[in-house]
Design a protein around this ligand. Structure first.
Ligand SMILES: [Zn+2]
Length: 150
């Protein structure tokens, strides 16, 4: 599984955990339930089933005017899935964050390439958005330049 280094600790992006879950267990499923959405905070519960074992993860996010604030629901959902899969022992355990005051929601800082699903940094994402109007990794950016169509 791919990991990325976030502030000194290794981190397995949610997308990688999901891939690993499906690769390892054919009999797995992921379900998410919105427990609360009052317009200011959204709380999502994820239920990951592997055979007859069940793992749950919860995550809350706040709607704000700041960066990521308008995608609180998506962030909470991704984080809860990441946590549930983490509890199933997929992905690195230190990524099941005990919340870090500097970055309470680590999953929020991860971006994913729209082309191939690889994790990309904030910097690459912003660069790509400007140039291609899409979040693309370097490799997909290069492909875009040469082909100019999807
Ligand atoms: Zn890509």
């Amino acid at each position: 599984m791919k990991t990325i280094n976030l502030g000194g600790s290794k981190y397995t992006p949610v997308v990688e955990r999901v891939k690993e879950l499906h690769r390892k267990y054919k009999n797995s499923s992921i379900e998410t339930i919105v427990l609360k959405d009052d317009g200011s905070t959204v709380t999502v519960k994820a239920i990951v089933k592997i055979g007859n074992r069940t793992f749950t993860g919860h995550s809350s996010a706040r709607y704000t005017k700041e960066k990521f604030g308008d995608v609180a629901m998506e962030n909470a959902e991704t984080s809860s899935v990441g946590r549930a899969i983490g509890f199933a022992n997929i992905g690195l355990m230190d990524s099941i964050a005990v919340s870090n005051p500097e970055s309470p929601n680590k999953e929020e800082t991860i971006h994913v390439c729209e082309g191939c699903g690889d994790p990309i940094s904030e910097q690459i994402k912003n660069f790509s958005k400007k140039l291609f109007k899409k979040s693309l990794c370097r490799k997909c950016q290069t492909n875009k330049k040469s082909k100019c169509k999807k």
